[in-house]
Design a protein around this ligand. Structure first.
Ligand code: NAD
Length: 547
């Protein structure tokens, strides 16, 4: 998890030291605390660099008669601010909260959990007040859609209808950590973008940055992805705004069961079927399935996909996204006349999608020169031993310290010379800043939304062949569909059957997209989006309006 930068504005040196000590003891979150002693220095710091939250003493030597909160809030009304007051000054704290502060802390009565929660809650609250929809990812999803809609001359009414999700649910849920008596409130989401095509389908993400905008963007992409693959689903997505790496197994289970209860009316085998995404896995799906089944009074394995095989999961689902990425890379190599056995690749991330993509690339004879995760990047000109990297991560949780190459940063990793680049970690990685510096021929988007709109234009101008996310990473939802079909029929398929059906669907979608891209002189992303949007549009027009 990236550190949270806090600006501490406190003139009492002993008090500031105590805050530092408390911040250092917080479990699971790293705080980068910058301390200044005057209001003027605080403003100076804010002008130099952005901070995530401010911890502000209401009275400072240069307060100028007003409370420092009033002045700072006027300076930047969107800044998450928690004020600090003396024990006799609590009224000042209450007044600051009435005026827009996100909380107050009383000196000498603060412990580590209160401090960490106050800062994180202030950040979350500020984001809510600054509009949950207002996220870069949702802007990206909407802009991509608008561009495709414009090019295909999409009906104005349909355009408006598809620009926003059909149903959204925001929940807050109480969550108890193992060693704390206190109960934290966390935010959860479930978004269904289009209900026209059948039940909705989409993963559940646990990440501290999850919000309504991000979840809506991911739900919209799921609609286009399912449609492009000809699957009988609309798009959905869900998530909880929490860092799962900071949770124990017991905490993760409690959180998952409570979140499932909060969204239980929205999901169901014929309504909306969740699956794993970033920060969730087979075990989380097993808990969701169990919680749902407890409420129904009988086992309902088909309520989620990506479950363990013993609970009705499908063979091949776990590795399906990475496998699908490599299937489309093979087709792209064929189209561009690149011999995979003589080519090199760099993979960003080493979670489910990335590690499997790296493994299958390696098996195909591609030399994988670089891999990375949240902790570090690893580079080896001779090729990385992917099995050894996986064994290291299984034992140590992250790649940090892996001896099979030299460490490099994630940004350096993306710019390594290679034939195939697979961003398979998180969104917003290929931007205006680095798109001109990439040295690859093919980009296969394992992650959702890794490329910004501006970067896309640069990549197109440079002739880099982009296999867009809704096509490249669609192997996951395709085998999820197979899992749902097997569950609803109480009949299981062999791994060979699954992989050959997956190959057929990925190949068909790739070829349709490529054909449209070549014939209409469109980039692959726009071509894939138009393929997806067209089928949804047709279905909407055929079903007509109710009432
Ligand atoms: P995961 O949680 O298994 O792995 C995420 C990986 O990203 C981890 O290795 C993590 O260390 C790394 N990471 C996190 N922050 C990073 C950073 N700042 N820099 C570099 N690496 C970082 O998640 P996943 O299921 O593999 O999902 C990865 C991406 O693929 C997401 O965008 C997800 O939406 C997309 N996706 C997943 C599936 C699926 O079936 N799991 C399907 C389609 C798309």
């Amino acid at each position: 998890m990236k550190p949270i930068t806090v600006l501490l504005v406190e003139d009492d040196a002993e008090q500031a030291r105590q805050f530092h000590n408390l911040f250092q003891k917080v479990r699971g979150v790293h705080f980068d605390v910058r301390t200044v002693a005057t209001f003027a220095d605080g403003l100076g710091q804010l002008k130099q660099a952005s901070v995530d939250a401010v911890l502000l003493d209401v009275r400072l030597p240069d307060s100028d008669g007003e409370t420092t909160f009033e002045r700072l809030h006027r300076h930047d009304p969107e800044l998450p601010i928690v004020v600090i007051v003396e024990p006799g000054d609590t009224m000042l704290g209450i007044r600051a909260v009435e005026d827009g502060a996100h909380g107050y802390l009383v000196k000498g009565r603060i412990n580590t959990s209160q401090l960490s929660r106050a800062v994180r809650f202030a950040m979350k609250n500020a984001r809510l007040q600054n509009a949950e929809w207002d996220s870069p990812m949702f802007h990206l999803a909407q802009q991509q859609f608008m561009k495709a809609a414009q090019l295909m001359g999409l009906d104005e009414n349909i355009r408006e209808r598809l620009l926003w999700p059909q149903r959204t649910l925001v929940v807050t849920l109480p969550f108890r950590r193992d060693e704390y008596n206190e109960v934290e409130t966390v935010f959860g989401y479930r978004v269904q973008h289009v209900l026209t095509m059948g039940p909705t389908k989409g993963g559940i993400r646990y990440h501290e940055d999850v919000d309504l905008g991000e979840t809506s963007a991911l739900a919209m992409w799921m609609t286009w992805k399912c449609s492009l693959m000809n699957l009988p689903f609309g798009g959905a997505k869900g998530g909880v705004a929490i860092d799962p790496t900071s949770l124990t197994r017991a905490e993760l289970q409690r959180l998952t069961r409570r979140y499932t209860m909060e969204i239980i009316d929205m999901i169901g085998p014929d309504r909306d079927i969740p699956a794993p995404d970033m920060g969730t896995n087979e075990q989380v799906m097993a808990w969701i399935m169990d919680t749902y089944s407890q409420q129904m009074g009988h086992a309902v394995p088909e309520v989620v996909t990506g479950k363990p095989v013993v609970l009705g999961g499908s063979l091949g689902r776990k590795e399906a996204t990475g496998r699908g990425v490599v299937y489309v890379i093979q087709h792209a190599c064929e189209h561009l006349k690149i011999d995979p056995r003589k080519s090199t690749a760099v993979v960003q991330g080493f979670g489910n999608v990335a590690s499997n993509a790296a493994k299958f690339l390696d098996e195909m004879g591609v030399k994988v020169l670089g891999i990375s995760d949240v902790s570090t990047g690893i580079r080896n000109e001779k090729g990385i031993d992917i099995a050894a990297a996986q064994a290291w991560v299984d034992q140590h949780k992250t790649l940090a310290g892996f001896p099979g190459g030299e460490p490099i940063s994630n940004s350096e990793l993306l710019q390594l010379p290679c034939d195939i680049l697979v961003p398979a970690a998180l969104q917003n990685q290929i931007t205006q800043e680095n798109a001109g510096k990439l040295q690859c021929k093919i980009i296969a988007e394992g992650a959702n939304g890794p490329t910004t709109l501006e970067a896309d234009e640069i990549l197109n101008d440079r002739g880099i062949f982009v296999i867009p996310d809704i096509l490249a990473n669609a192997g996951g939802v395709t085998v999820s569909y197979f899992e749902w079909v097997q569950d609803t029929q109480n009949f299981s398929w062999t791994l060979d059957e699954i992989n050959s059906r997956l190959l057929k669907i990925m190949t068909d979608s790739f070829m349709r997209t490529l054909k449209r891209s070549v014939e209409q002189k469109l980039d692959m992303r726009t071509a894939a989006l138009i393929e997806g949007i067209q089928r949804v549009t047709e279905a909407k027009l055929l079903r007509g309006l109710f009432p």
